[in-house]
Design a protein around this ligand. Structure first.
Ligand code: AMP
Ligand code: ZN
Length: 141
């Protein structure tokens, strides 16, 4: 994708602070870090969302995330990390090339868990929860 910033980073046409690279996966520091060490992990190929990524490649991305999380945390002496995909425009994804954020977290940083995005759980009764669980398990298994 010629006009995709992340494809241009993978191709070396836009500079990045590259921290990891293998045949299919690339990782670099976020240019506007939410915390020191904020890292983005992407497949080299252009796919917009997680659902678009072929299974093998999704596993490769997760393998790189698994490898990088402790390394990134150690590099900035973090106490933990928030690891997340903004998956799709509705979820706040701005760059349409799927990417995993590794955001180091520090005791007392005050940013809260992902739950804080939603301001608490939604109201759902047991029938609704059962129906949703059935739809997901029918399609996933
Ligand atoms: P998202 O909102 O999940 O699409 O996140 C996109 C992320 O990409 C943001 O955190 C940006 O700061 C980051 N970003 C945008 N352009 C660049 C760039 N050229 N190099 C590194 N990170 C970038
Ligand atoms: Zn791309």
């Amino acid at each position: 994708m010629d006009d995709c910033i992340f494809c241009q980073i993978v191709d070396g046409d836009i500079p990045s602070r590259t921290v990891y690279e293998d045949e299919d996966v690339f990782a670099f520091l976020d240019v506007n870090p939410l915390a020191p060490g904020h890292t983005l992990v992407i497949p080299k190929g252009h796919y917009e969302t997680l659902g678009d990524v072929p299974g093998d490649l999704g596993a490769d991305v997760l393998t790189a995330v698994h490898r990088l999380v402790p390394v990134v945390e150690d590099a900035v002496d973090a106490d933990g990390s928030t690891v997340a995909f903004n998956n799709g425009e509705a979820a706040g994804q701005e760059v349409p090339h799927v990417h995993c954020h590794i955001v180091p977290r520090f005791e007392g940083d005050g940013h809260g868990p992902i739950h804080a995005l939603f301001g608490g759980p939604g109201e759902m009764d047991d029938d609704e929860l059962d129906a949703i669980a059935d739809r997901i398990s029918d399609a996933a298994n």
